[in-house]
Design a protein around this ligand. Structure first.
Ligand code: FAD
Length: 475
């Protein structure tokens, strides 16, 4: 018998819970991936992320071939394509890993209905999370809305070890081979096929092999220094695994196991603390996925009432300057140029530019959220929405209002202005202290072809606070 396994954001044959289940049910697994036009042509597609996706798919295809299981690339509406392919292949069951995103859940319900109508079994499991969203609740039985108590509960939950990898296939019958040959499948497309230009060099190598190497390198070199290094954007102090985690080029159980092994080997409280801090970041990832699952309305708007009708300025020229890294605030511009060039931005800088967009430019955080999705290699609805709502103070954050001062952030986290100089080469000759405070004389700016500040931070933060106070009073 044959089982169809539908890959979505789990592009690997190792430590894949759903795939491992599928294999336990049949001699041969047919893997598939379906290019969904709604996702491919949505307004939050990042060419860099698609580029990464295609690289992952290429390796996935090769891995299936090596293990002698068929792998199909399909295209069209999954609610039509998946049930039809399953019927044509005569599979007994279709298996996939669940997702938290509202669109994915709707799509999966439709696919399930289509399969059930054809009398085909469906099995779905949670693979991308260490703890399933239904598994933990507050004492009063509600989903968590605050990170710290979530973390305390989450960390005590039992976590699975990595599951068995896909094993070599048991061969197909002649009838199954014929059914496969009759299917309409596609070759691996290129970005050009969808009308996207070359987005530039991929600085994060796609595929599960590369993700495993990256995890190993990070575990060997940086994990035990994580807490000290994670806030310095000029160094490689973080794992850079976000794209792999987003598209499932690496299994979360394997990642967790690496932290457990590192704790067991660590020789000091300090290094254990560093590892624990990284575990907390993994828990942030799960927190945002859990809240999106329980509160799908987060995808479309703010969590806090007073941000529903906030009087944003939404000035398009200022937004454009922010997008292009031309605000005249060096740390903000350096970060935006890193994003525009590489598709990745350091977490500290994501917080700085998000605070700047919302609190200094007084622009709706959803504009920034969309821009990030259109450029990030790791763009992920749950994490991105969570990060933006946190920065805008509109989300599930215990602190009511946060405003970052770009100058103090630069002084604290980029004290030698290495990061600023790396991304703003036109300012290389400017003195470090001026790069940090942003007090660069107009003539120097002109000579370097660098813009004047588009707003005044102190003035804008007073203005923002004033509006925030008024909105709260009117509630
Ligand atoms: P590491 O520091 O090595 O962390 C390990 C992993 O933990 C990450 O790969 C990621 O999966 C997870 N993680 C770490 N921090 C967070 C966090 N704050 N929230 C959720 N997960 C976290 N992360 C995304 O994966 N996709 C996004 O679209 C995204 N958008 C963001 C937008 C804003 C405004 C902010 C402030 C943060 C955003 N983040 C997003 C979270 C974080 O910035 C990135 O996960 C991190 O920078 C990725 O680098 P890394 O893999 O080296 O992280």
């Amino acid at each position: 018998n044959l089982v169809l396994f539908w890959h979505r954001r789990d592009l690997r044959v190792t430590d894949n819970l759903g795939l491992s289940y599928a294999q336990s049910r049949a001699n041969s697994v047919v893997g598939c991936f379906c290019f969904d036009p709604l996702i491919l042509h949505g307004d939050d597609v990042a060419p860099m992320r698609l580029h990464y996706l295609l690289g992952c798919l290429q390796e996935l295809q090769e891995n299936y071939q090596r293990l002698e299981h068929p792998f199909l690339l399909l295209q069209g509406k999954p609610e039509q394509v998946i049930p039809n392919v399953a019927r044509d292949l005569g599979v007994v069951e279709v298996v996939w890993n669940r997702d938290v995103e509202p669109y994915s859940q709707l799509r999966d319900r439709r696919v399930t209905e289509g399969l059930k109508e054809k009398g085909i079994e469906v099995k779905t499991v949670w693979d991308q999370l260490l703890v399933a969203p239904e598994a933990i609740r507050t004492q009063s039985g509600n989903p968590y809305t605050v990170y710290t108590p979530f973390w305390k509960n989450w960390r005590g939950q039992k976590k699975l070890d990595p599951v068995v990898d896909l094993q070599p296939g048991g061969g197909l019958t002649e009838g199954q081979k014929k059914a496969l040959d009759r299917l309409e499948v596609m070759p691996l497309p290129s970005l050009k096929d969808w009308g996207y230009g070359e987005p530039g060099e991929l600085l994060i190598v796609p595929g599960e092999g590369a993700a495993q190497e990256q995890l190993q390198r990070f575990g060997d070199r940086s994990l035990e220094f994580y807490e000290q290094q994670r806030n310095t954007p000029s160094i490689e102090g973080t794992s850079k695994l976000s794209a792999a985690l987003k598209l499932g080029a690496i299994g979360i159980r394997r990642v967790w196991q690496t932290t457990q092994e590192a704790i067991a080997k660590s020789e000091s409280d300090k290094s254990r603390q560093n590892i624990l801090t990284w575990q907390q970041e993994l828990a942030w990832r799960e927190f945002y996925q859990h809240v999106l699952y329980h509160f799908p309305q987060l995808a479309d708007g703010p969590y806090r009432e007073h941000f529903k009708h906030f009087p944003w300025d939404n000035n398009p020229q200022r937004f454009q300057a922010w997008c292009e890294g031309k605000t005249g605030y060096p740390i903000v511009d350096a970060a935006m140029r890193q994003l525009n060039t590489t598709g990745w931005m350091h977490n500290r800088c994501r917080m700085i530019v998000a605070s700047f967009l919302t609190k200094d430019l007084i622009i709706n955080w959803q504009w920034g959220e969309r821009y990030f999705m259109q450029h990030l290699i790791d763009g992920d609805l749950a994490a991105n929405n969570g990060g933006w709502q946190w920065s805008a103070s509109s989300g599930m954050d215990a602190k009511p209002l946060r405003i970052f001062n770009p100058a103090s952030q630069a002084q604290k986290f980029d004290p030698k202005a290495d990061y600023i100089r790396q991304w703003l080469p036109e300012l290389t000759s400017v003195e470090t202290k001026d790069l940090l405070t942003g007090d660069i004389p107009p003539l120097v700016r002109q000579a370097c072809n660098y813009p004047l500040p588009i707003v005044n931070h102190n003035q804008q933060q007073r203005e923002f606070k004033q509006r925030y106070k008024q909105v709260k009073e009117n509630l």
